[in-house]
Ligand binder design. Structure first.
Ligand code: FAD
Ligand code: DLZ
Ligand code: SF4
Length: 508
């Protein structure tokens, strides 16, 4: 009996569980560009184009490899508009009554599949270092889930940077060697760009015609769209940027959008690169003396530590995770996130870059757009929807724990042990944004004061009952308590005034 084999837009891996379980000679692969996936949030046009172009090329690769692929394009007149709809249509056309799927990376789609009236076998997505069972076994019974301890388990499991049972270099984590600000005259590597070929060009035209109003520039599309190109991006990163990745991973520069970052998150998430393989190649670069240990360890930690940890949290916590709002924040996301003019250069530069590239690096996401949303008390569900929309690598299993948990502290401290908040001085230390800003980072009060300086104390003051017992925040509260009450009032009034103007839609 013929079976359908579902392959989603972020499951483009030849060794995918559902493909391994299927019979190439009899079964039919189903792949579909559908409105429901392309518009559950207003995705950046570059992200939609990336997913569609990669899907089309992967479908061709499967056909070349002998599979029968039923591929539906977005503008196909028979397109049923959703993944369950396409499965039902293809089942009725082929006479298949059962489907083999690999578990989607989002509860919304898992639930939709489970509700589909077909005999469905949903297999675990095993393109990760830790299975759900591994994560749950590690998490169950622990009072606190901390990435650092999970990461050590993953080091032991993979043997990466291990000497017998001990971490290479005698330490698990070399972060204290990192976090250097970057100087604008540093040598900067250039990320690879690929000229759109015929397939990509067709997709770009389709996306341009179908999603004309979505936030984000579509043209100057240079992403990799198959595994060979993604490998080339990785090779280029290891060759030109890895050695300094560690030192400068937290730095931000107006004129250098990518610094020493790898730009491979989307390729990992879509399935064009394998996480363990990426880490082994980085380890090899260290073994050959090409990259220092702080860079190799820092990079490997992001992948087998953070990436695996956030996935574990997303599935461990269940479908309501993305709706959490522990701090009860309810302010609407201001227009500046969608490009409304702002005098705050750190935000305008990060949003402008996001608009043009569908990319910002981790510290821009965490300490600029994320920090501001948290300080200003913006509804985390709206912040979550923004991040899920605008980045080329955004899929809910990885985006939600980073946004709702790490960045907005809306899970009450499951992912982060304290809120990632800072005044303007952190941004000033790590970037060159403040020198071009309409506000002054040195001013703590008054109309020219950097809004981060005002909102930082406003945040701490309004959430005192939640955080004053947190030992990692005690020093901040002591500093606040030492301030004259007139100065405290001036700061809080300045923050309120700023927030009212922003809420009213005035340019801030
Ligand atoms: P590099 O800095 O070169 O890091 C190498 C790799 O490590 C990345 O490709 C990525 O796979 C992994 N990595 C690094 N940090 C994290 C992390 N915190 N969580 C998971 N993986 C990590 N990453 C996504 O892949 N998708 C998202 O939707 C996403 N949303 C985010 C939202 C917020 C608010 C924040 C603070 C972070 C988010 N991240 C997300 C994590 C991180 O910012 C991106 O993975 C990284 O910026 C991708 O760029 P890169 O490939 O150049 O990464
Ligand atoms: C992100 C995305 C987009 C834009 N479009 C499609 C699509 O048309 N068809 C498809 O199979 N997948 C798409 N995706 C990826 C899915 O949204 C993704 O599989 C789920 O969010 C689960 O991670
Ligand atoms: Fe951002 Fe404040 Fe610096 Fe301006 S002064 S760039 S608002 S941190």
């Amino acid at each position: 009996m013929v079976k359908l084999v579902l392959v989603l837009g972020d499951q483009l891996t030849p060794t995918l569980a559902s493909l391994r379980a299927a019979d190439k000679a009899n079964d039919r692969v189903v792949m579909a560009e559908v409105t429901s996936e392309a518009s559950y949030v207003p995705h950046h046009p570059k992200k939609i184009a990336l997913v569609f172009a990669c899907m089309r090329k992967f479908a061709q690769q499967l056909r070349d490899d002998g599979w029968t692929v039923d591929y539906t394009r977005l503008d196909d007149p028979d397109n049923a508009g959703s993944i369950p709809g396409e499965l039902l249509r293809r089942a009725s056309d082929s006479g298949a009554s059962s489907v083999i799927a690999t578990r989607p990376g989002e509860w919304r789609l898992i639930e939709a599949l489970e509700d589909t009236p077909l005999d469905l076998d949903i297999l675990e997505d095993d393109r990760f270092v830790a299975s759900h069972a591994d994560f749950n076994a590690w998490a169950d019974g622990r009072k606190q889930l901390r990435m650092e301890y999970f990461y050590r388990e993953m080091r032991r499991k993979t043997g990466l940077l291990m000497e017998d049972d001990e971490p290479t270099g005698g330490k698990w984590n070399f972060d204290q060697d990192n976090r250097k600000p970057a100087k604008p005259d540093l040598f900067m590597p250039s990320p690879l760009n690929f000229e759109p070929d015929e397939t990509v060009q067709e997709v770009l035209d389709l996306v341009e015609a179908t999603f004309p109003d979505n936030f984000g520039e579509l043209r100057h599309f240079g992403f990799a769209t198959d595994a060979t190109e993604a490998e080339a991006v990785l090779d280029n990163f290891i060759e030109t940027a890895l050695p300094q990745f560690g030192d400068y991973q937290d730095a931000m520069l107006s004129g250098h959008r990518f610094l020493y970052h790898a730009l491979i998150s989307a390729y990992l998430n879509i399935g064009l690169l394998d996480p363990l393989d990426v880490c082994r190649r980085v380890e090899k670069a260290w073994q050959k003396g090409h990259a220092p240990l702080n860079s190799a360890e820092g990079f490997i930690r992001q992948i087998i530590g953070w990436r695996e940890f956030v996935r574990g949290i997303y599935f461990h916590e269940g479908p309501d995770y993305a709706n959490r709002n522990w701090l009860e924040h309810d302010r609407a996301l201001p227009g500046l996130y969608w490009g409304q003019k702002t005098g705050m250069t750190c935000l305008s530069k990060t949003v402008e870059q996001t608009n043009e590239e569908a990319y910002a690096h981790h510290i821009q996401r965490l300490m600029v757009t994320g920090n501001f949303a948290l300080l200003a008390g913006i509804d985390p569900a709206q912040v979550h929807e923004w991040y899920l929309s605008v980045y080329f690598d955004a899929f809910e299993w990885v985006e939600a724990p980073n946004t709702v948990g790490m960045s907005q502290f809306a899970d009450g401290g499951l992912v982060a042990s304290k809120p990632y908040v800072s005044s303007g001085s952190y941004i000033d230390r790590m970037s060159d944004y403040c020198s071009e800003c309409s506000y002054s980072v040195k001013e703590k009060t008054g109309k020219d004061a950097c809004p981060f300086n005002l909102l930082y104390w406003h945040f701490l003051s309004r959430h005192r009952s939640r955080f004053s017992d947190n030992p990692r925040m005690a020093m901040m509260y002591r500093t606040w308590d030492k301030m004259e009450s007139d100065r405290q009032d001036e700061i809080l009034t300045g923050a309120e005034d700023f927030l009212s103007r922003m809420d009213a839609g005035d340019p801030v």
